[in-house]
Write a protein that binds this ligand. Structure first.
Ligand SMILES: *Cc1c(COP(=O)(O)O)cnc(C)c1O
Length: 393
């Protein structure tokens, strides 16, 4: 071979004796075949075969298999974001004339997708109270093809009765899915509880370092896997093997990070609750939390995100207190090593008494807990001040 060709055709090197603990990052668009016949037959390679980089490399398949094992499913599909993990399920199942039920506490862009993308295309949706449980049966008419859940709910942290919703759905032959981002399969396994789809924003705890965006959809029915893969192929979606390698690395420390962040978040939630009006701290492990009994029954732990309702008298002071925080950063998303504060406002369709003001979402990372508490204490002081004033008056 001549030099220009030698620049392209790599000499083979031995892999013998090379046993590494790291997962290699296999990048590819083209997959090559060793015969014209193998190329012609590539579409018969099945769900685990390799045909084109967009549809998987050994790196993405390793991440998929790891998530499948944790979720106790049969296959997992990787998508470019946690939001896509939800929309790809909806796009796969729903046809014009169909409808989907979503909880009032769903990750907010889900309702936006239903209203602004699905509805103009003839697919309707209905928002239900996350505490509805088996009462969801009353909302299932002939058009409902999917019931979506998210437990705990975004920002307000309500725990849903997943087994009761599954029972009602199965009785009517309706498929169900759960956004499992907060608990991760370490603390809750939706598929084992009867759900058909378990999605995660890997962006959060699996990635764990605020540097990648990805989502996963795990299923326990190989036919649903085929349908999801068909949607992905037709739309032209895939994920980067480099991001998969980051997610695999993140997953190695996930159990330790979750245990640590979960312990501190629960501890802080109890500490804050002891000082302010009851009901203002939203954390599933507190007895006052909506769905606490279901959480105790179904979940194996709590992760590091919870919320505090900011009462009216503390609203004005909050922006300066957030800006003054030294260890927490201000920002959306969560589940990384850096602790975050995010002032949120919610809108609820099913609850006329929903908190109208600010709710502070707190994501605990890996910094020293005393430094974190030093940032939170002045906020708690302001919230508690009215109570103190009331007591001393
Ligand atoms: C963040 C989040 C998502 C979306 O994840 P992205 O990767 O940011 O699109 C979906 N569901 C829940 C519960 C989330 O917290």
């Amino acid at each position: 071979m001549r030099d220009k060709t030698l620049c392209i055709k790599r000499p083979e090197v031995s892999h013998e004796g090379f046993a590494s603990l790291a997962i290699p990052t296999y990048r590819a668009s083209t997959i090559v075949f060793d015969s014209a016949e193998a190329y012609a037959n590539r579409k018969y390679r099945g769900p685990d075969g390799y045909t084109y980089g967009l549809h998987g490399t050994p790196t993405s398949r390793t991440l998929e298999a790891s998530i499948t094992a944790l979720e106790q499913g049969v296959r997992t599909v990787l998508v470019p974001s946690g939001q896509a993990a939800i929309t790809i399920v909806f796009l796969t199942l729903l046809m014009p004339g169909d409808s989907v039920l979503i909880p009032d506490t769903a990750y907010p862009p889900v309702a936006g997708f239903c209203e602004n993308y699905l509805k103009p295309r003839g697919i309707s949706f209905r928002v239900y109270d996350p505490m509805i449980g088996g009462g969801i049966a009353d909302l299932i008419d002939g058009t409902v093809k999917l019931i979506w859940t998210e437990s705990p709910g975004s920002t307000t942290m309500e725990i849903q009765d997943i087994p009761a919703i599954v029972a009602a759905a199965k009785a009517r032959g309706v498929l169900t899915g759960c956004d499992n981002t907060w608990a991760t399969p370490l603390y809750f396994k939706p598929l084992a509880r009867g759900m058909d789809f378990s999605s995660m924003a890997l962006t959060k705890y699996v990635g764990g370092h605020s540097d990648l965006l990805m989502g996963s959809i795990a299923v326990k029915d190989i036919e649903l896997h085929r349908r999801l893969r068909d949607t992905m192929r037709m739309i032209g979606l895939g994920v980067s093997p480099d991001d998969c390698a980051l997610a695999l690395r993140g997953m190695e420390t996930m159990a330790v990070r979750l245990a640590h962040c979960g312990r501190i978040a629960h501890d802080f939630a109890k500490r804050i609750q002891s000082r302010i009006a009851p009901g203002l701290v939203l954390h599933p492990a507190l007895e006052s939390a909506p769905g606490h009994e279901v959480w105790k029954r179904d979940f194996a732990g709590t992760s590091g995100v919870f919320s505090v309702v900011i009462p009216t008298h503390a609203e004005d002071a909050l922006p300066d207190l957030l800006t003054a925080a030294k260890t927490f950063s201000i920002g959306a998303s969560w589940g990384g090593t850096h602790s975050l504060l995010a002032p949120m406002t919610i809108s609820r369709v099913t609850d006329a008494n929903a908190h109208p003001g600010t709710i502070l979402r707190i994501s605990i990372g890996l910094e020293d807990e005393n430094d974190l508490w030093a940032d939170l204490e002045p906020i708690v002081d302001v919230i508690a001040s009215e109570r103190t004033m009331a007591r001393t008056a």
